[in-house]
Design a binder for this molecule. Structure first.
Ligand SMILES: [Zn+2]
Length: 308
């Protein structure tokens, strides 16, 4: 079975400014990194529907966000987060990609999918865009799986170097969704302490600046992966940021391409044991173009191999 790569040109239209690290070139870097890989099927991301979005983001927030998209130039939502012309379509393709991927897996058309989209999503709260993020794609994908497929429990694995404060906040009272995150601490956005456990469905694995592969793997091997295994999800969603890479300019973890391959293999194997191998991964952060290409390729090589 092919691994799906879901993408759309509209994701290049979001323009937070030429000096902003979250650039359209990130998408090109990831896709270039996948060149030559076999058994990939590239499919276009649809626009997310109003129903898909409003399962997570209340209608007044979404309407207000749409209304702020400028006809030209940029509007700052906070010091890091901008809307340009095309931003709304870009973020709609991101959320649409993950919902589409969830549907494809539910229909047994594939076992794994990678959504190569931007802007990222995991910092967005239900009623607040922040941290480069507009809509929270992984949260929308999780709610979509619960609402429209046979899935009763969804696990979200987040190895972006930043804590997914938005994802955690959206699900902290929702026992049907488990959220497990490794991230550097201290670092933006400041949340993600071990003590933050939601309703018993949140597990935070904070790592220190300078930590590398051994500490990262140990945290997932001893705590993160066993927690997901016990939860026994029906599908695993991955917030795949590549900004914990040693080359990344925005953080100080020291992961290599091999570590991204390791966590991907571990998640795929776990999925093989608990949920028929179903994994949908969505691009979050990652701001070094070379690292995006090589670590993204390592990630997809892991996704496309047969699970144990
Ligand atoms: Zn990040």
């Amino acid at each position: 079975m092919n691994t799906l790569v879901i993408q759309h040109q509209d994701c290049l239209r979001h323009n937070p400014g030429s000096k902003h690290p979250e650039s359209p070139a990130r998408i090109k870097a990831v896709l270039d990194g996948l060149e030559g890989l076999k058994q990939l099927e590239r499919l276009p991301a649809p626009l997310a529907t109003f129903e898909q979005i409003t399962r997570v983001h209340p209608e007044p927030f979404w309407s207000a966000l749409r209304a702020r998209e400028p006809a030209k130039g940029r509007v700052a939502l906070d010091p890091d987060t901008y809307l340009s012309r095309g931003s709304i379509d870009a973020t709609l393709r991101g959320s649409g990609a993950i919902c589409f991927a969830v549907d494809q897996l539910a229909d047994d058309r594939a076992r794994r999918a990678f959504c190569v989209i931007r802007p990222p999503g995991h910092h967005s709260e239900a009623e607040r865009a922040m941290g480069f993020c507009l809509l929270n794609h992984v949260a929308i994908g999780a709610r979509h799986a619960l609402a429209t497929t046979a899935a009763e429990r969804v696990a979200i694995v987040d190895f972006d170097v930043h804590h997914g404060n938005g994802t955690q906040a959206i699900f902290e009272d929702s026992p049907e969704v488990m959220y497990v995150s490794s991230h550097q601490m201290p670092l933006y956005p400041g949340s993600g302490q071990i003590e933050e456990t939601g309703c018993g469905n949140v597990l935070n694995l904070p790592l220190a600046p300078g930590d590398g592969g051994p500490v990262f793997r140990q945290a997932w091997e001893r705590l993160g992966l066993p927690a997901v295994h016990s939860f026994a999800p029906d599908i695993i969603l991955v917030s795949a940021g590549f900004d914990a890479h040693e080359r990344d300019p925005l953080a100080q973890l020291e992961l290599t391409d091999r570590d991204f391959r390791w966590i991907t293999d571990a998640v795929v194997d776990l999925a093989g044991e608990v949920c028929g191998g179903r994994v949908v991964s969505v691009l979050e952060g990652g701001y070094d173009l070379q690292a995006l290409a090589s670590a993204g390729r390592a990630h997809v090589e892991g996704l496309k191999r047969a699970q144990k």
